[in-house]
Write a protein of this length. Sequence first.
Length: 385
Amino acid sequence: MKQEINILHWILSSRSENRFILSSENLSSMIIWLAELIVASWALSYGAEHLSARYGAKFVGRTILSVATTLPEIAIVIYAAAAGSYGVAIGAGLGSNLLMMTLGLSIMLIIATTRISKAPLSGIDVSTFKLDKIFLLVTAIVSALLFIDGYNFLDGLIFTALFIAYLTVALFEMRSERNDTLVKSKRMSNEVSRQLEEVLQSTREDSISGKQDVGGNSGTTSRLRGNTTRSLLVFIAGTIGIVVGAGPFIHALEGFSVDIGVSVIILAVIISPIAGEMPEKISLMLLARKGALGASIAIANVLGSKILNNTLLLAVAVFGAMYHAGFLTVIEITPVLAFQVVLVTIVTIIALILMLKKEIGLKTGMMLLSMYVISIVIQFSLPHE
């Protein structure tokens, strides 16, 4: 009898040691991949900030940075839909929007408007993001209404068309802004040339100085092209780093959560969305510390990536379901998904109402943070099957 007790004790001790080893491995892996994501996100923010000098802050944040930071979610949706896990596929996009329109924006605002930033702002001007706010509102409402009878191939085509329309309008706006900038620059250049010509006529020394300035302008143009190429390469490297690191980080985080006994609800509602949005959150925090330009790119990134979730991400889910079960496959609505759609749509509308002002600051950030806490409390309060 005593021998059997000793054997049982040895088995339990072995299991406890194995569990501790697995927990330690997951924790170490999580820290390593988090560090990799931080470096990759720094590369993204660095590249985006410098590319914005050529293509405009709003365009870079809306498109290039939004797609890059949403790659982990796109991969999750493709895998889940193709495997028949339609609820996971739709929930990935919904959870992302809920998280970033509240907690993500609030963290960015708190950093940008306090001493955490290198150049603290009293507020962030969001009046120039009218297009993004309209598109986000329209896509949120349309995606909710289309889900009443489930998503089918026609809905997938509608989501794709909305995404293409957004990119097209953003491209035209970027070109318009660049043309306006070029016109202003040309006017300034003509004015400088006129003044320079007057000076050149007065003295010979000024003439020599003028020639040197012309040569300097050529060198400046060459340096600008070199900076654009370098910024693009750094941005691509950051994108690759996020694609490589997001999956292992999410896997390690989920494994560690299970090891320490976190419930399935916490894992699904809180931890998984936080892990999936880690690249975007890190990029937001880094950009928010860089002053007005970085904050502008961060706002454009949040709005653009959430529009992407309401369009491209849902289209990918629909097409993945079609790949899995056939052309006429319908992603059926369930009580849990219906609740999530309603909650996310309401949160999105409230967040956009808060952004109707010309500027948003610390007060708006605290309100968005409160909304996130309330939404999590609601998640726990209602029954889930």
